[in-house]
Design a protein around this ligand. Sequence first.
Ligand SMILES: C[S@@+](CC[C@H](N)C(=O)[O-])C[C@H]1O[C@@H](n2cnc3c(N)ncnc32)[C@H](O)[C@@H]1O
Length: 242
Amino acid sequence: MEYKNKKLLEILPQEISERDYGCGDPTYYVREGEIVLDLGCGAGKNCYIMAQIVGPSGRVMGVDFNESMLSLARKYQREIAEKLGYWNTEFIKAKIQNLKLDLERLDSFLKENPIKNSEDLIKLESFITYLETNEPLIPDNSIDTVVSNCVLNLVKTEDKGILFQEIYRVLKPHGRAVISDIVSDREVPEYLRIDPDLWAGCISGAMKEDRFIDAFIKAGFVSVRILNYEKNPWKVIEGIVF
Ligand SMILES: C[S@@+](CC[C@H](N)C(=O)[O-])C[C@H]1O[C@@H](n2cnc3c(N)ncnc32)[C@H](O)[C@@H]1O
């Protein structure tokens, strides 16, 4: 992926630089001093770029539900903090469509309370409700800028509404979301949506462009702007331009 400020790539370890699964550069729009949340941070490349922009007075949190991505991102936290002279990154395990639920706390609970019967399941459900209600991982109105690079399309179609509501919920009043993603010029038919390779390849989960924009307005955002529009399609499949 082409990043606009190439200087910020210099401190990145090769292992992080190489793990770039993005489709744009949302990092360019982040400002000094901001609290930033990166949805689906992967190995943390965007987070480490933004850590330099927000500086010591800001903070960058990367969210991902994939254990191996998170451990790769965390592997270089100390090294990068030492290079920068400050530690302002954090990597957390959650589903981006439920930023209230801390999946690492859930993992610890499950280790101590494995599910063997319906009573165990009821206990688990109560614990989840307790966490979401009393100790939300990302509280309401706590983030200046939410960014995401090629992840929203991967969220299940039926969860997409709640995903946009979550983005709106965690943002402070006047907060912003800067999202790079794949959209389509037509509705993607069901038989392409259920193709696991097309879905995992960040293609068939794409929302139709106008629906993508409407989703922000529906969630409560007051305006939506297209900051950059790729001239060439990402892919064209059966005449559908992605
Ligand atoms: C295409 S990669 C993009 C990674 C990163 N943003 C980048 O630019 O390199 C998608 C990432 O999102 C994560 N992901 C996908 N769906 C997710 C979800 N519902 N909740 C949390 N993470 C998710 C995956 O584990 C993966 O690390």
